[in-house]
Design a protein around this ligand. Structure first.
Ligand SMILES: [Zn+2]
Length: 90
C-alpha cells in the first residue's frame, strides 16, 4: 500500500465515522421530538378524524369527548351529539 492510498483510506474512515456519529445524534433528536408529542407538547398541527363525518380536524380545534377509556374528537358539537345519541341507542 502506497502512502497516498493510506491517507485516502484514513480520510474515508474519518468521513464514515463522522457520518455515523452525525446519524446517531439525529436519532436522539428524533426520540426527543416523539416524547414531546406523547407528553402533549407544543404540537398543534396533529389531525384527528371525526368518527361521524370523517373530517380531519386539528386536535386543538376539535370537540373532545371522553368515551370509555379513550378520547374521541369531533369537528363540531353537532357531530358530538350524534355520537352520544348513537351510544345511547345501543
Ligand atoms: Zn363532523
Amino acid at each position: 500500500m502506497t502512502p497516498l492510498r493510506f491517507i485516502i483510506l484514513a480520510i474515508l474512515i474519518f468521513l464514515a465515522y463522522r457520518l455515523l456519529v452525525g446519524s446517531l445524534k439525529n436519532g436522539k433528536n428524533g426520540e426527543k421530538q416523539q416524547k414531546a408529542v406523547k407528553n402533549g407538547g407544543p404540537v398543534n398541527d396533529v389531525l384527528v378524524e371525526d368518527p361521524i363525518c370523517h373530517t380531519l380536524v386539528p386536535r386543538q380545534q376539535a370537540i373532545h369527548l371522553q368515551h370509555k377509556d379513550s378520547i374521541v374528537y369531533f369537528c363540531s358539537e353537532a357531530c358530538c351529539n350524534i355520537f352520544i345519541k348513537q351510544g345511547e341507542g345501543k
